[in-house]
Write a protein that binds this ligand. Sequence first.
Ligand code: SF4
Length: 474
Amino acid sequence: MQVTSRQFKENSHKALQDEELRAALNRVKQGFTTKRREAADALPEFEQLRDQARDIKNHVLENLDYYLEYFESRVKDQGGHVHWCSTHKDAKDAILKICKDAGAKTVTKGKSMITEELALNKFLEAQGIEPIETDLGEYIIQLADEPPSHIIGPAVHKTREQVTELFHEHHQKYGYTEREEDAEKLVGEARAVLRHKYVTADVGITGANFLVAETGSTVIVTNEGNGDLTQSLPKTHIVVASLEKVIPTLEDVSTVMRVLARSATGQEMSVYTTFSTGPRRKDDIDGPENFHVILLDGGRSEMIGTELQELLRCIRCGACMNHCPVYHAVGGHSYGWVYPGPIGAALNPQMVGLEEALHLPNASSFCGRCEEVCPVRIPLPKILRHWREKAFEQQIAPKPDRWGIELWGFFAKRPGLYRQVTKIAAKMLSLMAGKEGRLKKLPFNNGWTRVRDLPAPQGETFMQQWQKKQKREG
Ligand code: SF4
């Protein structure tokens, strides 16, 4: 996927003018957040489960080599193959080789953020292999030739009217000549088109929510059942997963799953939870003949032992973006790479480079809601601060920001001078505000007042009031 994180500000301005996007984002804001709160409130041990999920993931990260090798040995025991891939290119090459060995012309795909990282669809198309997304949201954005805008609702930015137009444009060749406007009928139309694709695909590619070390199983959770058809009907099943997805035992999976669905969609459980353990056995009535796991590092092992390690606990539930006021305002595409919202702002600088993703750590009000709702308690604001500090140290933060912080640092080290200057500044700002008491323009900070005014400081500074209070109280 092409990276446009550098244009975060331009992307955001464009998003803010888009009325249809505003309507779609409003649904995210209200729907997901309410459902998550209700699901969490209904489960007394929810907070305990979050601690347990965090501890399981921490334990895995501290013993990652052990669990990955254990997982590999169990996959082999079941007759499957594990392909260790350091880079995105290695992963794409491994997938292509498997597809070529299978003589693949078409590939069905379940939803997978890792394959978005790989920009796998474009890659396969360039090799003459047709990829078909089977998750409804992914299918919609594939028709629209757009990247996902949310990690669990890839087409959350699309309105029903836009989907009607897309289906009308792309489904006429299958005999659907009417412009369908009813949501249920639109789903039925997509289902009928995709059914045929499932049975004719040569290879099925899915992601994995978990890789279970003790059994060598891969696990996907879906609400549509598309993943099951993708992985069980074609002769070859490829699972594409990043290495931090490994979990020690089935019992650990059940603990993490109890917080995953509740945090993501407010469901107690997703509709389908599917375990894949190796290729089809002699007595199985269905399943693939070949089972491959692509295990991608893609820069993750560099995060182990650093301030960023905690990001590897992420279970891709999407709760942080569902609760983020910045995401609600600008949507997922503004972030310019696969992962949007707070997790994207924290992870993308590592994945695509800080210089490219420079604006993302600043795309935060630091309200802390992302950390409050994260089921595995990732301290996202702390990690965003880490990137801000890095940008400052490496002198790649915009010059006005650097000068502003240096100036503030100068005064902050001299409290007496700081108090005098803030007293004068407060006075000047209140004079500038005139009778209305509101500032329509701020010196050196026009960005703030371009679309809103600011209440001017009134009366004394906090320190003046504090000192007076201290005196009064003796
Ligand atoms: S950072 Fe936390 S809240 Fe955000 S997607 Fe990952 S697990 Fe979910």
